[in-house]
Design a protein around this ligand. Structure first.
Ligand SMILES: Nc1nc2c(c(=O)[nH]1)N[C@H]1C(S)=C(S)[C@@H](COP(=O)(O)O)O[C@H]1N2
Ligand SMILES: [Mo]
Length: 322
């Protein structure tokens, strides 16, 4: 039984907008049947996600994990779901419709392989039910100096690592996005080294902050934000948070990421947020909250030092931050 809880981004009851109608399934179906909701009148966020059709929709919203708090207001849902980086669907920020209309997420098989006791293939719906979901409020900081604060849902990456049963020799987790140029036209751009790849150390993967995202704003995560499962590493630049993952490979070798292959002098393996180390094209001193003109000072480790600073003690400071 799902208990309806009021959340910060939900509209007050008094605003009888199409959004409010959308949230009431029965009324929506009746209204649609009666032809009283024109598709164009649907709010952006409602069109961006179709929880009704999703067999895991009953899992959301999961219980909020209160250990992670924000220092700023949440980014509105219609902003976070319409301003995206997802190069598989194009290099502009406005690819959300293209992702929504083309990304097919069922069936979706997740592979866990490499240095593991035994390789596992599991369907996404089975995996998310096995892992369960909770909700966390996290900041997200893109290297292009924009930021957002959103309620992700999902499960700790540590739980997935435990399920995969890696061998002691595994030092890294390499992750891969789907590769399907017919579905994702950006992947026809042959100068990019598809598929998108990212990697973390085992210590990072099992740090409590590393989070496998399956939901956003109390619903299954929309296509454009990396459905059906993506990573959230809030202390690192956004490009580390790989979307639409199909494979987790445990390995002794440090993985070479998509952006490292594109431009190794601009994008490194560690990519920890640091306001003092500028990127070649963007100062990292401040950030703009998307949907606003507000600029904020960027924090070391994006403000998550208490959770992660110990992972990097004694390491070359400069190398860690690009
Ligand atoms: N597969 C894939 N994952 C990706 C990207 C991408 O282009 N492809 N972009 C990254 C970048 S640069 C950022 S900032 C975030 C953006 O996530 P959002 O669209 O949910 O804000 O996704 C990251 N993960
Ligand atoms: Mo980014």
């Amino acid at each position: 039984m799902q208990i309806l809880r009021r959340r910060g981004w939900e509209l007050p009851e008094s605003e009888a907008t199409p959004e409010a109608v959308f949230r009431d399934r029965r009324r929506l179906i009746q209204a649609a049947a009666a032809g009283s909701i024109a598709a164009a009148a649907w709010p952006v966020a409602a069109r961006a996600a179709t929880p009704e059709a999703d067999p895991t929709a009953d899992l959301y919203p999961g219980p909020r994990n209160e250990a992670y708090t924000l220092d700023r207001p949440l980014t509105p849902e219609e902003v976070a779901t319409t301003y995206n980086n997802f190069y598989e669907f194009g290099s502009s920020k406005g690819i959300w419709k293209r992702a929504r209309d083309n990304l097919r997420i069922r069936p979706w098989t997740v592979h866990l392989d490499g240095d593991v006791e035994k390789p596992i293939e599991i369907g996404f719906d089975d995996l998310v039910r096995k892992m369960g979901v909770e909700e966390r409020l996290y900041r997200h900081r893109c290297v292009e100096a924009w930021a957002m604060a959103v309620p992700w849902s999902g499960f700790p990456m540590a739980k997935l690592v435990e399920f995969a049963k890696p061998l002691a020799k595994a030092k890294y987790v390499r992750m891969e996005t789907f590769n399907d140029p017919d579905m994702a036209s950006g992947q026809k751009e042959f100068w990019y080294p598809w598929p998108y790849v990212e990697g973390v150390t085992m210590e990072e993967a099992t740090n409590e902050l590393a989070f496998i995202v399956t939901g956003l704003y109390g619903k299954p995560v929309p296509a454009q934000n990396g459905a059906p499962l993506r990573l959230a590493l809030p202390w690192k630049y956004g490009f580390k948070s790989i979307k639409s993952i199909v494979r987790f490979t445990f390995t002794e070798k440090q993985p070479k990421s998509f952006w490292e292959k594109v431009q190794g002098r601009e994008y490194g393996f560690w990519a920890n947020v640091n306001p003092e180390v500028p990127h070649r094209r963007w100062s990292q001193a401040t950030e703009r909250m998307i949907g606003t003109d507000e600029r904020r000072k960027t924090l070391l480790y994006n403000g998550y030092g208490e959770f992660v600073a110990h992972l990097y003690e004694g390491m070359d400071r400069r190398k860690l931050f690009y």
